[in-house]
Every structure is written in C-alpha cells, then in structure tokens.
Design a protein around this ligand. Structure first.
Ligand code: SF4
Length: 436
C-alpha cells in the first residue's frame, strides 16, 4: 500500500500484524457522558441535555466540577421511577423540559439529547424526539441525539457518537477542502490551523465547529484528517457523505505531528521546501521539549489498561520519542484502519490487547510491575497502594497534548508520576510511600 508520508526509520517489524489478545469481561471505564465536559466547552452555543437518572446527573456534576446552578451548557432531564415503570409519557415530559430550557436560554443553537443507560433500558426513542423537536424549533435550534450510555465501550465513544450525529445534517458541498475532525482545545486548534495555513492549504474547516453558524459542509471534494483515534463512527459517516480520510499516525509528539502534517501536505501538493520551512522551527522546539522529559522516561517500562482509546498512538510516542518500553498496550477497541500507521511504528514486542477483563488484566499488571501503569481513575488508587506508579488516562483528554507545542507537555505528563515517586522515596525511604 502506498502511504503519502515517509517512514525512514520505521522498525523492520511493526505491530500492525501482531496477534491481539481479545478480552470480554468486566470493564472499569467511565461512560460516554464524560465527553460532554470537553464538548460543551468546545461548542459554544450547544447544550447537552442528558436524558438519564440522578446517577448520570451526579457523574456530570462531579466530573465537571460545577454545581447545576452555575448555568452550564449541560444538564440532566431526570427520569423518575414513574417514567421507568412506563407510568408517564416520557416524551411529553421531555418536550416540556426542552420548552422551558429554550425559553430560558435563547443563546442555545444546537441541542443534543444525550441517551443514557436508563433511557436505553426503557427504550426511549430519542431520535424520534430529536426529529419532532427540530421541526418545532428550526431554524433557530437544531436538535440532535446520540448515546452516551455506559453500555457502550468507553468514555471517548461519547465524542465519536456526538460528532457522528452531526454528519448527516451537514449541508452538501463539492468544494475542495480539508476537514479537521476532533474536539481540540481552542489554543491547540488555532496552532494546527496556523500550521496548515502556512503550508498554503486554503480551505480548512473543523468538526465540531465552535459555533453553529460556521460554514461547515461536506461532499466529494472533502478530505478529512482525524485528530483523535477514537472517531471511527464519525469517519465512517463522513465517508458515507463522499469525504475521503487521510491516513496518517496521530499528531502526538514531534514525529506523529510531522507525519500527520506530511500526509496532509502530500494530499494538497505542498512542496518539500515549503514543508521544511514551515515545520523546521516547531519541530526543533518539540524535540527539545520532549528530550527534557525523556530523561526521566528513558528505559522505563509502561503498561496500558484499555481506557481512552489513545493508547496505541501514545505507546508509539512514548516508545519512539521518549525511549520507554511498552509491556502491554490495551485498548478498548483496536480499529486498525485508523491506528494502523501508529502500529507500523511500534516495534514488535509488546502484548496488544483489545477489550477488557479487568481481573485478568490486573493480574498481568501486577506480574509485570511496570515502572508506569496507565489506567482509569478507579484502578489508579488501588494500584498506587500496591506500590505501582500510575497515570490517569482521563487526564489525556482534558489536557492539551496534540501537535508540536504540546509535545513536551505530553511527555511531562508521563514523567511527573515517576518524578514524584522518586522524590517521595527519597523523602521517606523507610515507608516506601509514593503518589501518582
Ligand atoms: S449513562 Fe449509565 S454509566 Fe453513565 S452515569 Fe448514567 S447510569 Fe451511569
């Protein structure tokens, strides 16, 4: 297969064809509602109305760190016992809730009805509700729906489902354009747009757009580049609309960013000279910043529990740019079509696992005793208590980590728990106390 980027120092044998241990069992991950926390910050005129239980409301409030009276752009329409027992028409109640909300908040231009475990258990048809409410409130408000329930694979699937829900209602356009797909913090998105503009790529749009009135459209002239590896359903929806995906490693670290940009540059016929002129300085800065953190990471081992779906691109970054040794790379779901270029760059050796059977994986993590274990919040404290240094995977979606200027911060996120552990060991050698 021809790839539009060069891999001059790719390993002789990468992991793309390596056997994958498939596991199905108890999982320890957050549900897709979590994505609302970063999506509502990104989409400045959207509101996320979770149709769920008090548990869902608590999850959102504690994850977002705000109380509901702060008027955030998300909330929960709580299904009471009578709804769950089928004694009330949940659709009527939802309509009343939406009417109250939109009357109070005229700034809302996009309303997402977000399904949860309870709404799915009672088979509340939110797509019917979204169609009905769109008819009522268009053109000022578009009402869409997606599922954020814990019945799905993992928490990043919430973003995938949200973006996928927007694709069918995008206007059609034959225009030649690049679509960046993934909700990045504004500062990171601006950096990416500035690099692409310097490369001479004229029409670049972003999904999700910050505001509803952004000129976003899709069609056969659209090529798109994912910035997150967990957007498989969104990619498939865009392909159904005639768009074509650019295949590349994900833009983490200096190498990942360069290969991602190079793939985009090849698609748009950017000359090698221009590419070098635009990327040379930020590449050098990124290399320098990564090297500082890599002093701590060099030669250390790492074990990934399946959690964020970022595991494979991160393992590529940590093994190739920071000198770490991956023991196991677990991912909730391995979409080789998306992460294949990253797998090509990871030297054969680590165990690749897909899905989760948490007890078995804990046994392997305890046997491996890696220098650093990347896992969900629920596993981190118990593993710390057993003397393992951990990194919370969820931090990686709340922190700016993409592209050149964040490469050093990304490496530092992994170096920090190791440094803290060393400092604590030095301070209290007798107790062996440490923290993550
Ligand atoms: S959607 Fe399901 S897993 Fe998520 S908070 Fe609600 S009940 Fe819990």
């Amino acid at each position: 297969m021809n790839r539009p980027f060069t891999l001059s120092d790719a390993p002789a044998k990468g992991c793309r064809e390596a056997p994958v241990l498939k596991e199905r069992g108890q999982r320890e991950v957050f549900c897709g509602l979590t994505g609302i926390i970063w999506l509502h910050r990104k989409m400045q005129d959207a509101f996320f109305l979770v149709v769920g239980s008090r548990t869902c409301a608590h999850l959102l409030q504690s994850a977002a760190g705000v109380m509901i009276f702060a008027e955030p752009r998300f909330g929960t329409a709580i299904l009471e016992e009578k709804d769950l027992a089928g004694l009330a028409d949940a659709h009527d109640e939802l309509d009343r809730e939406v009417e109250r909300l939109l009357a109070r908040r005229p700034d809302i231009r996009r309303l997402f009805l977000v399904g949860s475990c309870p709404s799915e258990v009672i088979k509340l048809d939110l797509s019917r509700a979204a169609e009905r409410l769109t008819r009522k409130y268009a053109p000022h408000v578009a009402v869409l729906n997606y599922s954020g329930s814990g019945i799905e694979t993992t928490f990043t699937q919430g973003e995938d489902a949200c973006l996928e829900s927007m694709v069918p209602v995008l206007p059609e356009s034959p225009e030649r354009q690049l679509l960046l797909v993934g909700a990045l913090p504004d500062v990171v998105e601006d950096q990416a747009l500035s690099l692409l503009s310097a490369l001479g790529i004229e029409t670049v749009r972003v999904l999700p757009s910050r505001r509803a009135d952004a000129p976003l459209a899709v069609g056969e002239g659209t090529v798109f580049a994912l910035t997150q590896p967990f957007l498989g359903e969104t990619a498939a929806a865009l392909e159904r609309r005639g768009a074509r995906r650019i295949d590349a490693p994900f833009p983490f670290g200096e190498e990942g960013t360069t290969l991602w940009l190079r793939a985009v540059a090849a698609e748009f016929g950017v000359s090698e000279e221009r590419f070098e002129a635009v990327t040379a300085a930020p590449r050098a800065r990124a290399r320098l910043a990564v090297a500082a953190a890599a002093e701590t990471l060099e030669g250390r081992s790492i074990f990934f529990f399946p959690d964020s779906q970022l595991e494979i691109p991160l393992a590529r970054f940590l093994t190739r740019e920071c000198g770490m040794r991956a023991i196991e790379i677990g991912a909730p779901y391995i979409h080789k079509g998306l992460v294949g270029p990253d797998l090509d760059l990871i030297e054969e050796g680590p165990l690749l696992s897909e899905g989760q059977d948490v007890d078995k994986q804990l046994d392997r993590a305890r046997a491996a005793r890696a220098d650093l274990t990347v896992c969900g919040l629920g596993l981190a404290n118990p593993l710390e208590a057993e003397g393992l240094a951990t990194k919370w995977a969820i931090e990686l979606v709340f922190t700016p980590v993409h592209f050149y200027e964040q490469a050093g911060d990304l490496a530092a996120l992994f170096a920090r728990p190791l440094r803290r552990r060393e400092m604590l060991k030095a301070l209290a050698p007798a107790t062996g106390e440490a923290a993550g």
